[in-house]
Design a protein around this ligand. Structure first.
Ligand code: GLA
Length: 394
C-alpha cells in the first residue's frame, strides 16, 4: 500500500470505525500536446501520471452518501434521493455542497443517471490524493475517476471506461460548474504505462500510442510553477466563447472542421483577436496529428519542435501562458531540453519538458535558478513516467 492509499483507508476507519469494502484509485494527467482542442471537437494527446487519488469506500445500511476528504475538516452527508435536488448547479452559481464534495457527489449523481441499475445502496467514501492541486495536472479528473470506478463496481452499474469518463465530465460540468472538455477524464480513465492517448474528442475514439521513453533514454519533467491565477475560470470561458464565435463565423459546428489551409480565408472574416484564437486551435489540432505521426516514425525524440511550436501558439495566439510558465519553458530549452510547453488549461499551473534522462538534474537546476533570478517562488520540478489508469488497490 502506498502512503496515499493508507491515508484514504485511515480516513475511512476514522469516519466509520470499519474497514472499507474496497479501495480504488485513478491518476492525474499531463497533456503532451493538444491544448484547448477538446471542447472544439479536436484532437489531444495526454498521458496519465503516476500521482493518484484514492477512494476507500464501504456500503451503508441506509440510503445515504457520506464523503470525507483529507483536504476538508468536515465530511458531507446527503441522501441518495436528494442528489437530484442538489444538481445540476446553475451556470455561474456555486454548488449547493462545498466545492470539493461536488466532485464525488456529482459523480454519484451522474452515474445514477447514466446507469440502468437500480442504485439504492448508501456509501461512505473517504478520499485522499497525491495529485498536486491547481497545477493543471487534473486532480479533479483523478477524484472523478477514482470515485466513478468505485461506485461503478459497488453499485453494479456496469459502465465501461468511456462511459465513466463521461460521468466524470458531467460531474465537472454540471455539478461543479466548470465548463471543461473531456480530455482529462479520458486520460485518467484510459491511460496506459509508457504511452499517450491519442483521442478524437468528437467520436471519443481513443488510440494508445506507445512512447518508449525509457528505451529512448528520455524523461518528461513537470515544472509546476505553483502559481494559479484567479482569472483561470473566466479566461477559460472566454477562450471557449471565442472559439464558438469563430466556428459560427466560419459556418462549422466546431473548429475541428477548419484546416490550416482554411486560415487565410478565415482571417478576412473575423476580428484579429478571434482569428488568433481560431489559429491556435486549428494549428494545434494539426500539431497533435503531426506529433502522433512523428512518434510512429521517429519515437519521442522526434516531437521536440512540435512541443515548442505549441507553447508559442498558446503564448502568442491563445494568450493563456504566464511569465512563470514562459520562464520554465525557456530555461528548460536553454538548458538542453528537446522540447517544452505549458500543459493544461493555462493561466498558471505546470509546464512539461522532454529531456535526455542524463540531463534531468541539470535541466531541473536550470529551471530553479531561472525562477530564483526572476524573483519567482521556487517551482516544483519532478520527472513523471506515463502511467496506467484506474485500478482496484485493495
Ligand atoms: C483543462 C480542461 C480540459 C482542457 C484543458 C485545455 O484541463 O479540463 O478539458 O480543455 O484545460 O486543453
Amino acid at each position: 500500500m502506498t502512503a496515499v492509499t493508507d491515508a484514504a483507508v485511515d480516513l475511512f476507519r476514522a469516519l466509520t470505525g470499519r474497514t472499507p469494502d474496497g479501495v480504488w484509485s485513478a491518476p492525474g494527467r499531463a497533456n503532451l500536446i493538444g491544448e484547448h482542442t477538446d471542447y472544439n471537437d479536436g484532437f489531444v494527446l495526454p498521458f496519465a501520471i503516476p500521482q493518484r487519488t484514492v477512494a476507500a469506500v464501504g456500503r451503508r445500511a441506509d440510503r445515504r452518501l457520506r464523503v470525507a476528504s483529507t483536504f476538508a475538516a468536515e465530511p458531507v452527508e446527503v441522501g441518495l434521493d436528494e442528489l437530484d435536488d442538489l444538481f445540476p448547479t446553475a451556470e455561474g452559481a456555486t454548488p449547493a455542497v462545498p466545492e470539493w464534495a461536488a466532485y464525488p457527489l456529482g459523480v454519484a449523481w451522474a452515474l445514477r443517471r447514466a446507469s440502468t441499475a437500480a442504485v439504492s445502496v448508501g456509501l461512505d467514501i473517504a478520499i485522499a490524493s497525491e495529485v498536486p492541486v491547481g497545477a493543471g495536472l487534473s486532480s479533479s479528473a483523478a477524484i472523478e475517476g477514482a470515485t466513478a470506478t468505485a461506485l461503478n463496481e459497488l453499485w453494479g452499474a456496469g459502465l465501461d471506461s468511456v462511459a465513466l469518463a463521461r460521468v466524470g465530465r458531467t460531474a465537472e460540468n454540471e455539478a461543479v460548474g466548470a465548463p471543461t472538455g473531456i480530455m482529462d477524464q479520458m486520460a485518467s480513465m484510459l491511460g496506459e504505462a509508457d504511452a499517450a492517448l491519442f483521442l478524437d474528442c468528437r467520436s471519443l475514439d481513443a488510440e494508445v500510442v506507445p512512447l518508449g521513453m525509457a528505451d529512448a533514454g528520455l524523461s518528461i519533467l513537470v515544472m509546476d510553477t505553483g502559481v494559479t491565477h484567479a482569472h483561470a475560470t473566466g479566461g477559460y470561458r472566454e477562450r471557449r466563447a471565442s472559439c464558438e464565435r469563430g466556428a459560427a463565423t466560419l459556418g462549422v459546428s466546431a473548429l475541428r472542421d477548419v484546416s490550416v489551409a482554411d486560415l487565410p480565408r478565415a482571417q478576412g472574416l473575423m476580428d484579429e483577436l478571434t482569428f488568433r484564437r481560431v489559429r491556435h486551435v486549428v494549428t494545434e489540432n494539426q500539431r497533435v496529428q503531426d506529433t502522433v505521426a512523428a512518434l510512429r516514425t521517429d519515437g519521442a525524440r522526434g516531437i521536440g519542435a512540435l512541443l515548442v511550436a505549441s507553447h508559442a501558439s498558446m503564448r502568442d495566439d491563445f494568450e493563456i501562458s504566464t511569465p512563470e510558465l514562459d520562464a520554465a519553458v525557456d530555461a528548460a530549452l536553454a538548458a538542453g531540453a528537446l522540447g517544452a510547453r505549458m500543459t493544461g488549461g493555462g493561466f498558471g499551473g505546470a509546464a512539461i519538458a522532454l529531456v535526455e534522462e542524463a540531463m534531468v538534474d541539470a535541466v531541473s537546476a536550470a529551471v530553479r535558478a531561472r525562477f530564483a533570478d526572476s524573483g519567482f517562488a521556487a517551482p516544483h520540478v519532478f520527472p513523471v513516467v506515463p502511467s496506467a489508469g484506474p485500478h482496484r488497490d485493495a
